[in-house]
Design a protein around this ligand. Structure first.
Ligand SMILES: [Zn+2]
Length: 208
């Protein structure tokens, strides 16, 4: 990995709560894309509380849906960040090469989790891996996976702009009702679908 060090950590602090943790580039080379969005987040985007931003170095690819992911060095590092900061708002920033597989309506039957939902411009939203959603987080916590197409070299990109704007929304909200209200204003159908998926998958659980 020499010469490809993308590891990036930033703490924006304007008080104790809420605590937000954004983690990007969890596997493979995704960090090369997610760092572009993370670097666009600024002190002004955080209204109150904390925002911890961590972007990982490139690692070999292992899906976060596999339990063993959270036993890898990278997975353990992420869990230790969750345990240390105890965020009530947690975001995993990912990027994809295979759009169809992520939005496949049959995803639940095929791999056991609901499909991701497209907001716009190829930016997808969903919950996080069931291996951590119910073990490290409370029901009322906000847990989001954001996906966009992997772009390693292009800087200006519609998907990246949408992705960054969603991260800025999450950096500004204090809790779930505020997030749902803001997202539903722009993406009412998507929020409704997310609610349905969460109930189908987790039972009595909120979307994200
Ligand atoms: Zn990923």
């Amino acid at each position: 990995m020499a010469g490809r060090n993308m590891s990036f950590f930033r703490l924006i602090e304007k008080g104790d709560e809420p605590r937000r943790l954004f983690v990007g580039g969890l596997h493979g080379n995704e960090g090369l894309t997610t760092i572009k969005a993370f670097k666009a987040l600024s002190f002004e985007d955080v209204k109150d509380g904390k925002l911890i931003i961590y972007n990982c170095d490139p690692t070999s690819y292992l899906s976060t849906l596999k339990r063993s992911y959270y036993n890898t060095r990278q997975g353990k590092e992420i869990i230790s960040l969750i345990k240390y900061y105890r965020p009530s708002i947690y975001v995993e920033a990912h990027c994809y090469k295979n759009y169809k597989r992520l939005i496949d309506p049959d995803r639940k039957r095929k791999i056991g989790v609901p499909p991701l939902i497209e907001l716009e411009n190829g930016v997808l939203i969903g919950s996080v891996s069931p291996h951590i959603r119910t073990t490290f987080f409370k029901r009322a916590d906000v847990c989001i996976t954001l996906e966009m197409p992997c772009i390693q070299y292009k800087i200006d990109n519609k998907a990246l702009r949408t992705y960054t704007s969603i991260l800025k929304v999450i950096a500004s909200i204090k809790d779930r009702p505020e997030l749902e209200e803001k997202l539903a204003k722009k993406y009412p159908e998507q929020v409704e679908i997310a609610r349905r998926y969460a109930i189908e998958f987790f039972g009595d659980y909120p979307p994200f």
